[in-house]
Design a protein around this ligand. Structure first.
Ligand code: FAD
Length: 549
């Protein structure tokens, strides 16, 4: 792999190597030698595998390194540190394909629905294996889509087929591009994703930063570059092509199997292997699948609001005298609180130095989310402040009931915002006091096309409001200033993850429909760009296995 750095062939990895924030380069070399108790001659070279920071003591912030080290003779050193979990052989993270189509492959072509991170990586891996996938997306090619997305933000004009959720690049294209996840990934598939992103134009430090991000501007060009790669390998894209129906054959023994797809153009696309990577906002597609008898089940998700503070408040609270240090960048946070009413409120998708964005894909509804540029230098920090909900308590019965709940609160938000796609907003102080806001204070919200001051309790269930009020006070103890009365809340944040799961078996195929491979966030198997992309790889591998079986 071109972008694979030298250190992948190194033999030994040291983790948890701590140095002061302002250390010189030689100090890292010296720390490695001291840690391994070796002479300068023994150290051939090293490279940084990962860099994080530990800001628990604000006046003494530490950089925490993982380094890959090549030694003149590593065997005795490894033997000496055998029981030390922070000195171990460097893991092999190179990606290996599970199958390869013949060079002149002309068999059935797998179809991928969706060009978000999941569909993009499913398509890329299938193309790299030689299976020449057909990739369809209801939305437009990314440059055209960008115009439509800005159409809502600047002119309050929504295109329900081309917006923040739909179109080339998927939901994360206009985002902060945070690239971390907590998934278990013993095969290091995340590495494959990051390397492909770097090849497509992402900043190389995403390979080493503990909390990497790309920012929205570069994501647009990366998505284009990956399309060119897939097409060069024989893949084919069809934009502005919505899948409206799925053709399922039922055999005499009751076995169901995909035969093809009905497109909104009236065309029919034969397909025996279909990757369904439609994201969490494809509500019409979920309804179609339900009608067609594809097995779905409701799953938990979260609802709440976006909260905005000046970024400088968060930097000061997190980094103290080191606030503004370019090595640290804009500070982030992750907060969680178990409220007395049994609900958990937590921060979600924190965007340092970013903006709150209008994220609806349906007319007459308002939903919020956040994004930022690579520089993360906008005035405000924003994050979701959301409360977990679950089907048993909050939307029992129908697998689609979570969607009905989302729609209900998004419609209420539209009306509370003045029915113009402005977001309903409230000062934190007023939200805690239970009174409607009438004007802004010192914090200027970033949401476009604008906010309408009101009472957000009208747009959220009471239990969520109660849990959020309690959490805000608690979070203010953890991050001084978080509960400042001037902080601005905008609503509603309803699309934190998919409200349902399209359940699949060990072979990654739908439980009751062979040939259908539910994937990514919409199917309930990922949450975020990186995990969706990793799921895309796994599903592409499953498709290849099924095709070569
Ligand atoms: P999606 O990205 O949602 O892609 C689904 C695609 O399927 C879309 O392109 C859609 O047009 C297409 N589609 C849907 N239905 C059909 C159909 N019937 N026919 C044809 N095509 C169809 N995550 C992070 O990790 N970090 C972040 O910083 C971050 N910020 C975000 C900011 C915003 C504003 C938003 C909206 C999301 C953000 N996320 C972030 C979440 C992240 O974008 C998603 O987790 C991720 O995109 C899910 O990937 P996916 O491929 O599963 O689905």
């Amino acid at each position: 792999e071109r972008a694979l750095p030298r250190y992948s062939v190194a033999m030994l990895r040291i983790t948890e190597l701590k140095l002061p924030l302002h250390h010189a380069d030689e100090e890292l070399t010296a720390a490695i030698r001291n840690r391994l108790r070796i002479t300068p001659r023994d150290l051939v070279r090293f490279s940084i595998a990962r860099r994080a920071h530990d800001a628990r003591i604000k006046s003494d912030i530490q950089l925490v390194y993982s380094v890959d080290v090549t030694l003149r003779n590593e065997a005795p050193v490894l033997a000496r540190f055998k029981k030390d979990r922070h000195v171990q052989p460097t893991p092999n993270t190179a990606y290996k394909f599970v199958a390869q189509a013949p060079a002149d492959y002309s068999g059935p072509r797998p179809v991928v629905i969706g060009t978000g991170p999941c569909g993009l990586f499913a398509g890329l891996i299938l193309a790299q294996m030689g299976y020449k996938p057909i990739i369809v997306d209801r939305g437009k090619v990314v440059r055209e889509r960008t115009k439509d997305t800005w159409g809502l933000w600047r002119r309050s004009v929504l295109n329900p087929e081309s917006n923040v959720q739909f179109g080339e690049g998927g939901a994360g294209t206009f985002s902060d591009g945070k690239l971390y996840s907590r998934i278990k990934d013993p095969r290091h598939l995340d590495r494959k994703v990051l390397i492909e992103f770097v090849k497509a134009g992402a900043p190389p430090e995403i390979l080493t930063e503990a909390h990497p991000h790309i920012g929205t501007f570069r994501l647009v060009t990366m998505v284009e570059s990956m399309r060119a790669t897939i097409e060069a390998l024989g893949g084919e894209y069809r934009f502005e092509t919505r899948v409206d129906g799925i053709d399922v054959a039922t055999a005499a023994d009751g076995m169901r199997k995909v035969r093809g797809l009905h497109l909104h153009t009236g065309d029919y696309l034969e397909a025996e292997q279909v990757v369904l990577a439609v994201g969490h906002s494809a509500r019409d597609t979920f309804a179609m699948l339900h009608d067609k008898g594809v097995y779905l089940e409701a799953k938990p998700f979260s609802i709440g609001v976006r909260i905005e503070h000046p970024q400088s408040w968060i930097d000061d609270a997190r980094f103290g005298p080191n606030a503004g240090n370019p090595i640290l960048g804009a500070a982030d946070y992750a907060l969680s609180h178990h409220a007395k009413n049994g609900r958990t409120a937590y921060s979600f998708c924190m965007c340092p130095g970013g903006t709150v964005v209008a994220a609806t894909s349906e007319e007459g509804r308002v939903a919020t989310n956040g994004m930022s540029q690579y520089s993360r230098n906008e005035r405000n920090a924003n994050s979701g402040l959301v409360v977990g909900i679950d089907p048993a308590r909050d939307y029992p019965g129908d697998p689609l009931a979570g969607i009905a709940l989302q729609r209900h609160w998004e419609s209420r938000a539209f009306v509370a915002g003045g029915s113009t796609y402005a977001a309903p907003a409230q000062l934190l102080g007023d939200f805690l006091a239970g009174r409607a806001s009438t004007k802004l204070a010192s914090v200027v919200p970033s949401y476009k096309p604008g906010v309408h001051m009101t009472d957000l309790a009208e747009c959220l269930p009471e239990f969520a409001v109660t849990a959020m009020r309690e959490a805000l006070v608690q979070f203010g103890r953890e991050i001084p200033g978080y509960d400042h009365p001037d902080a601005v809340l905008t609503g509603v944040e309803t699309r934190t993850s998919s409200p349902l799961r399209i359940t699949r078996g060990d072979d990654f195929q739908s439980l009751n429909t062979a040939g259908l491979f539910p994937a990514g966030e919409g199917a309930g198997y990922a949450g975020g760009i990186l995990s969706a992309a990793v799921d895309g790889i796994k599903v592409a591998e499953a498709v290849a296995r099924a095709m070569s079986a």
